[in-house]
Design a binder for this molecule. Structure first.
Ligand code: SF4
Length: 350
């Protein structure tokens, strides 16, 4: 199909033949609560013949989103509890999130900020709020890193991004600026020389954390977009979410991580899915996640290993939750698990 415009409604999904046998009435109810958006690039990636297509599962709404379980919450990682001024989340001493925009080019059905992003979300910071956010960063010399997230900061125009970088460039204690984005994958043409230039500022190091969850997202165009970013001197790392029906398989995950490394992107985080409302159909248990992640150890190079992490609900930050492969034994030694699951004593007894 020749899809040229973003898909933003159940009607658009139907015209693009992306509804399959989904219950349209239920989807209208989902759409009234959570934003829908697919770029033409993503819509074209979906295999309409596969009812379990892992790309469709990430972006096409599902009636299961109407099921909200008791443990789910509107702000699963506790942004609000650590927000001293609008748009800033200051959870750890040396870094802040700067949420300049709450719009994304696509809306992930498992989004941890689904109550904040989208047309009915928190919107874009106005000039006064941006000034207050920069004042906060300026007034806290312990802030070494500013992470632009939201929302997807790369939906902003190069001019707006340049303004943000200019403000940050003037703050001596900020050394690192990190962008969290899906744009190189979902809208690779957007990554042109003007946009890339806007992400750089003299005296600062820019990192881009790419969010992608399935190897099929890393198309030739997406890899080329990442190549342009990296060739310009920006470091890229990855973040993925471990999702039931998308990548809860060691082979799929291994391919994804290898593809990142081949693209010169260092695998960084593999997130356990957060307790966002209406997302229980994506969540596996931590034990299931640990099993998949530990099977990556022997399977793929150390370069390809992400850290499996949980954002502790309530805003308590991140914890590494990979299988505990070392424990102290009664004789004061350690028992260490190898990638086959066999135990070894350390130091060795002979
Ligand atoms: S790109 Fe990030 S913030 Fe936007 S919908 Fe997806 S997970 Fe949420």
């Amino acid at each position: 199909m020749n899809i040229v415009r973003p898909i933003k409604s159940v009607d658009d999904l139907s015209k693009a033949r992306l509804l399959a046998d989904r219950d349209r009435l239920a989807l209208e109810e989902v759409a009234a609560r959570y934003a829908i958006a697919l770029t033409p690039t993503v819509a074209k990636l979906i295999d309409r013949a596969d009812v379990d297509d892992p790309i469709a599962r990430q972006f096409v709404p599902d009636a299961a989103e109407l099921v909200v379980t008791a443990e789910e919450r509107a702000d699963p990682i506790g942004d609000h509890a650590h927000s001293p001024v609008e748009g800033i989340v200051h959870r750890y001493p040396d870094r802040v999130l700067l949420k300049a925009v709450h719009v994304c080019p696509v809306y992930c059905r498992f989004c941890f900020r689904r109550e904040m992003v989208g047309p009915q979300g928190l919107g874009t910071l106005d000039p006064a709020a941006m000034r207050a956010a920069f004042d906060y960063i300026r007034g806290h010399p312990e802030i070494w890193e500013v992470i632009l997230t939201g929302g997807d900061p790369l939906v902003l125009s190069p001019r707006r991004l340049e303004e943000i970088m200019r403000e940050l460039a003037a703050i001596d204690h900020v050394k690192i600026v990190r962008f969290h984005t899906r744009v190189p994958v979902v809208d690779p043409q957007r990554i042109d020389a003007t946009l890339i230039a806007a992400l750089k500022a003299s005296g600062k190091t820019t990192y881009i954390a790419l969010h992608a969850n399935h190897p099929r997202e890393m198309t030739i165009e997406a890899r080329a977009a990442c190549g342009r970013i990296i060739d310009a001197g920006i470091v890229m790392i990855s973040q993925s979410v471990l999702l039931k029906g998308v990548n809860d398989d060691a082979g799929v995950l291994a391919d994804l991580m290898k593809t990142f490394v081949e693209t010169r992107i260092k695998p960084y985080y593999l997130h356990h899915p957060d307790l966002a409302p209406g997302t229980s159909h994506f969540r596996l248990t931590i034990e299931e996640g640990q099993k998949i992640v530990s099977s990556l150890r022997g399977r793929i190079s150390g370069l390809c290993q992400p850290a499996y992490i949980l954002d502790i609900p309530g805003g308590h930050g991140k914890a590494v939750i990979g299988e505990n492969s070392v424990r102290k034994t009664a004789d004061g030694c350690f028992s260490v698990l190898d990638y086959h699951g066999a135990e070894h004593s350390y130091p060795p007894s002979e």
